[in-house]
Design a protein around this ligand. Structure first.
Ligand code: ATP
Ligand code: MG
Length: 323
């Protein structure tokens, strides 16, 4: 799992091995010690190496390396009810940077989706309303309360196998069947992952004017419908440094009567709408499980917000699998 964050730093996410436990313990202690004290104190602070090792035996860990240096970690514990419990979400204070925690959580959600879980949950201490808002911006909602805080949960992405570029095109076309005017799609994935290919399929499915090309030099392009349906607004946020610059594109004006797809929108475009479809494209090679010749991709699709609460995205996986 590789994730580009910002312009320079390369964030690499990996599934922890038992040998990572000492590093994870150090990161967890550093991150939790940097938080304002709470009563009772976070259990993380008194956790030992044996505890971390036990967590790794019964579940999974994720380690985020920034330019090769371990900078963040988290633990995942699968439960029998289709929920993966995420805990000890830690970013070392020396490595606080835009997007790192979000990249870790995205990786964690993918890992949990690969485990066939339906939900990811975590505890957010009641003392930290700002942290609660961060989780809410990242699609988590309060499910219930417990003694120490809110139990937050988020639906896990549906995973679609996409062996070829044609399949990616078809996935985009199937996606069109689920979308309507006002919908926002945020597409993530490294250079050449297939975001534009997916958008081309989407444009075909929506029956909008083409050609849909990589809008890297033009930040956004409007493709009107040929059939009186919603148009497609195709945005490339790669060169945008901030959500404020995205606002300058004035997408709000077209949002309501179009389908809007933002490439490289993660971390920037969430503010455009509380309802959105997040599409994260991963290459087989990123996952270290092919020789590099394979052109396979895994696409993780998750809906965030009330708009998507009752939409069955599983149809995308089924359609993908039957071709
Ligand atoms: N399974 C696959 N899915 C999608 N694209 C594939 C696949 N296999 C090979 N490809 C090729 O990979 C390339 C993907 O390019 P595309 O422009 O869609 O990526 P992108 O994510 O938009 O890149 P950028 O970050 O530069 O905008 C295309 O040349 C496509 O033919
Ligand atoms: Mg592109």
């Amino acid at each position: 799992m590789i994730d580009a964050v910002g312009d320079e730093a390369v964030v690499e996410l990996r599934v922890a091995e038992l040998a990572d436990a000492p590093t994870m313990l150090r990161l967890i202690h550093a991150a939790f010690a940097a938080r304002p004290p709470v009563d009772p104190p976070a259990a993380a602070l008194s956790e030992t190496l044996a505890d971390i090792e036990a967590h790794l035996v019964e579940g999974y860990g994720v380690v985020a390396d920034v330019d090769g240096v371990p900078a963040g970690t988290l633990l995942l514990t699968p439960r029998a009810d289709g929920v993966v419990y995420m805990h000890r979400v830690s970013v070392h204070p020396d490595h606080r940077q835009a997007g790192l925690a979000a990249a870790m959580v995205r990786g964690a959600a993918e890992l949990a989706a690969d485990l066939d879980a339906r939900w990811i949950e975590l505890l957010c201490r009641r003392e930290f309303p700002q942290t609660l808002r961060w989780w809410q911006r990242h699609g988590f909602t309060i499910d219930r309360e417990d003694d120490l805080g809110h139990i937050l949960r988020r639906r896990l992405p549906v995973r679609v196998e996409v062996p070829t570029a044609d399949d990616m095109h078809r996935l985009g076309a199937s996606l069109a069947g689920l979308l309507r005017a006002g919908d926002l799609v945020i597409a993530t994935g490294e250079l050449g992952a297939g975001k534009t290919t997916l958008t081309q399929g989407l444009g075909e499915g929506l029956q909008v004017d083409g050609p849909i090309i990589s809008p890297t030099f033009v930040l956004s392009r409007i493709h009107p419908s040929r059939v009186g349906g919603p148009g497609l607004v195709h945005v490339d946020a790669y060169r945008l440094g901030s959500a404020a610059e995205l606002e300058d594109l004035d997408l709000d004006a077209s949002l309501a009567d179009s389908v809007t797809l933002v490439e490289w929108g993660a971390g920037l475009a969430e503010g455009l709408s509380s309802d959105r479809l997040e599409v994260d494209i991963r290459r087989d090679a990123d996952r270290g499980d092919t020789t590099g010749e394979d052109e396979g991709r895994q696409v993780y699709v998750v809906g965030v917000g009330p708009r998507w609460a009752t939409v069955d995205l599983g149809v995308l996986a089924v359609e993908g699998a039957t071709r």
